[in-house]
Write a new protein. Structure first.
Length: 138
């Protein structure tokens, strides 16, 4: 069995963003040479997420509105974590959206369902963060 590891780095200029990272993950799969196996993608920061869904702007807007209702950024004083910080909401948003995804690899391709894509969700941007791509298989 072969193993491949690569880090994808992101520096989002806004507090929140949703970035389709499917092309970067597909490039990692090509680099790995693995034809059958699994891909793990996980956010390596506790205020960011990796998730699978549809690449549709309306849905991303809806996520943003929904997450802000569940864990509003302001007032920052509502959170005990925010003593000297202002990102407690980002930790909660990450918890809701998830840390990682696993995708099957079949015949050298990501084995997705209809419309599925991999996204990096940023909830406390304006600094450099990374996503781990780990691929194992044959």
């Amino acid at each position: 069995m072969k193993s491949f590891r690569k880090e994808l780095w992101f520096s989002v200029p806004t507090r929140r963003a949703y970035i389709n990272i499917t092309p970067q993950v597909e490039e990692c799969l090509r680099e790995s040479g693995i034809r059958e196996g699994i891909v793990l993608c996980n956010a390596m920061h506790i205020t960011a997420s990796v998730f699978i869904n549809d690449d549709e702007a309306g849905l991303h807007h809806d996520y943003d509105v929904w997450l802000e209702k569940l864990a509003p950024h302001e007032p920052v004083t509502q959170y005990h974590h925010n003593v000297g910080e202002d990102n407690a909401d980002a930790h909660m948003k990450r918890q809701i959206m998830g840390r990682e995804v696993v995708v099957a690899v079949t015949d050298g391709k990501l084995d997705f369902g209809t419309w599925e894509q991999i996204f990096y969700g940023e909830f406390d941007g304006c600094r450099k963060k990374r996503v781990l791509v780990k691929i194992i298989g044959e």
